[in-house]
Design a protein around this ligand. Structure first.
Ligand code: CO
Ligand code: CO
Length: 348
């Protein structure tokens, strides 16, 4: 099969998101339906919604879809599925069922390409133990693919973004830079090895990372996706009422991503993410622009950001090193309430 999906797509992956500040403005202006069973809704800017159905069981639901993030349709399907499942894992949930969302230029690309995308997604659903219940497809000039996923979670085991506590260590379970690497690949400037490395991380499930987070007593977690690392750190800091220190040199990065960033291979969302966080972040003066840009780079199927109780840190990291194939690093620390800025990015 010789199709290059990059040749027919605009903004890639989670970079195609509507800017966060626009979304939150819209949500403030509309009156949403309410229910005592609604535990986490859209206003929380959390990863997925949570609806309680019994004393010990909640539904956890999410939907995510986007234009191609890989040239190869099978890999694109794998990444889209891993990304959609991730919001369930980020809430501590167990995904059970899924529905496919398909937008596809049937005449231009033909059924074999769509079959490859769906097969890629199914390979990840099987790995996750999730069934496909159905879906909906429409003809569209630009392909888009993703899943709506439903899982369950015990209300006492929810990992939200609003309970990071002073003294917690922040752990990131995948390297940053997928948006930049995809931009470089689309421009024909990425080394094939770097492109493959990004694909490998993006298609890795966050299932084990989520289990480890829960096992070692984390109560707050989110996954790093379209709003970029600092966008998601900001959401966690704001929702938890804490400030956060990030240690730049400990943040795992994809190979060569700083060089690609210095070449200006940035998606539009990098700038809207920077605007979104605004003056809530302060960088040490020796952190240069490319280094800052990587922290705003929209991620597709990024890792989990886990707020780990300090006394469990060693056990959690030991377990992560044994069980995770991704690079898991301690990237920061949760501090008490402070005036602006909420986030300080330090060199060490
Ligand atoms: Co998320
Ligand atoms: Co999402």
């Amino acid at each position: 099969m010789s199709v290059d999906l990059f040749k027919i797509s605009g903004e890639c992956g989670c970079a195609a998101k509507v800017p966060a500040d626009m979304l939150s403005c819209i949500l403030q202006d509309v009156e949403l339906p309410d229910s005592p069973a609604l535990l986490i809704g859209p206003q929380s800017m959390d990863d997925a919604g949570i609806y309680q159905i019994s004393d010990d069981k909640c539904l956890v639901q999410t939907v995510d879809y986007f234009p191609p993030v890989a040239r190869d349709p099978f890999i694109y399907g794998q990444i889209a599925a891993a990304n959609s499942l991730s919001d369930i894992y980020a809430m501590g949930g167990e995904p059970l069922t899924s529905l496919a969302i398909v937008c596809f230029p049937v005449k231009a690309l033909g059924p074999e390409i769509l079959k490859a995308i769906i097969s890629g997604a199914i390979s990840k659903l099987k790995e996750a133990g999730v069934v496909l219940l159905g879906g909906h497809s429409i003809v569209d000039s630009q392909p888009k693919f993703g899943l709506a996923v439903t899982g369950i979670v015990n209300p006492r085991e929810i990992l939200d973004n609003s309970h990071a506590k002073m003294g917690d260590a922040l752990i990131l379970t995948k390297p940053l830079g997928t948006g930049i690497t995809i931009m470089a690949a689309k421009a024909g400037l990425a080394d094939k090895m770097h492109e493959n490395e990004a694909n490998q991380f993006m298609s890795t499930l966050n299932a084990d990372a989520s289990i480890i987070a829960q096992k070692y007593g984390a109560v707050s977690c989110t996954d790093i996706t379209g709003f970029g690392f600092l966008g998601h750190v900001y959401q966690m800091a704001k929702a938890s009422g804490v400030s956060i220190d990030i240690y730049f040199d400990s943040v795992p990065l994809l190979t060569n991503v700083l060089d690609y960033a210095a070449m200006g291979l940035l998606s539009g969302a990098t700038y809207s993410n920077r605007e979104y966080v605004g003056n809530m972040v302060k960088f040490d003066s020796n952190i240069d622009l490319a280094e800052q840009d990587v922290l705003f780079d929209p991620q597709t199927s990024g890792g989990l950001l886990i707020s780990c109780p300090y006394d469990k840190l060693k056990e959690m990291m030991d377990s992560a090193e044994r069980k995770l194939s991704t690079q898991c690093k301690v990237v920061g620390k949760v501090l008490g309430v402070s005036d602006k800025p909420l986030i300080r990015v330090r060199r060490v």
